[in-house]
Write a protein that binds this ligand. Structure first.
Ligand SMILES: [Zn+2]
Length: 286
């Protein structure tokens, strides 16, 4: 049984964490610093308040799980309604756990939702268009939210372990800069609910990929746990990469919510051994 706000929040970051929101039976999370700008509508879903059953119970937001398209459509309608976004405004990524980021505009509106998509092998989206809702998908991977309140640009990326090791945070900021002139120093960023170091144990080769990606921070992000097993702190790696690009530390909000520790609230690929649904992040300039 899900209990109300506060139980799973661990505001370890110094920044304020994500804010739990409720709309009917729906529970989702928002970023206070993003809300305060008045520039965006946004949210990160939980698994609560949808119409799906079984392993996708109940707010599954992927057409690629063991769920009917009708259920997924209804779940999106519920989530979009809570966020005051029309479903037709959405544009979906086509995620492959790499680090490609694409700029999208009104010609991409509805792709993945009610229009065939030409977006391929893309784990991050950026735009400066109002009314275009970027959508990315999760079940443990790290959601990265970006908002440049100076030039009115947003970005949304999925940082899986491969995306994190290949620095999708930097790729996203560079795409925002290249296409729209964003300076990282102006940006707000947020690291959403995802697998914490408490639940992300890996073997030697994966640990080595992170040691190579963050040579100066190895001790902070990789903790040995038994024979050739290591815990990786994906949140710390992503925060470090954002700061290395020039995003001020005080501009970064960390949810500090572990999907693996909280399968009553979130879908977790690891904890549920792949038999699970999908969460989604939505971000739209007003
Ligand atoms: Zn955990």
């Amino acid at each position: 049984m899900y209990e109300a706000a506060g139980r799973i929040s661990q505001n370890v970051s110094g920044t304020e964490g994500f804010q739990e929101q409720k709309a009917g039976g729906l529970v989702y999370y928002t970023i206070p610093a993003f809300t305060q700008t008045g520039l965006v509508r946004h949210g990160f879903s939980s698994r609560l308040g949808g119409v799906s059953s079984g392993e996708c119970s109940s707010l599954n937001l992927s057409f690629h799980r063991k769920d009917s398209p009708e259920n997924v459509r209804e779940n999106f309608r519920l989530f979009c309604s809570a966020l005051d976004i029309r479903p037709e405004q959405m544009v979906f990524t086509h995620q492959v756990h790499k680090n490609r980021v694409m700029a999208v505009d009104e010609t991409h509106e509805g792709m993945g939702w009610d229009k065939a998509s030409e977006i391929r092998e893309t784990d991050g989206l950026v735009t400066n268009r109002s009314g275009l809702a970027l959508v990315t998908f999760y079940a443990d991977c790290v959601p990265l939210f970006f908002l440049d309140p100076v030039r009115h640009v947003i970005g949304l990326s999925q940082a899986g372990w491969r995306g994190t090791a290949s620095n999708i945070a930097r790729q996203t900021l560079e795409a925002m800069g290249e296409h729209y002139g964003t300076q990282p120093g102006d940006c707000l960023a947020a690291i959403g609910p995802s697998i914490g170091s408490c639940c992300f144990e890996v073997d030697g080769p994966v640990a080595e990929a992170f040691a190579a990606a963050c040579p100066d921070r190895k001790e902070e992000i990789i903790r040995p746990r038994g024979k050739d097993k290591y815990d990786i702190d994906l949140w710390a790696v992503n925060r470090y990469q954002l700061q290395e690009c020039g995003v001020p530390g005080e501009n970064i909000t960390l949810a500090a919510l572990c999907t693996g520790c909280n399968v009553d609230v979130f879908f977790s690929h690891r904890r549920e051994k792949g038999r699970t649904g999908s969460l989604a992040a939505l971000l739209m300039l007003i």
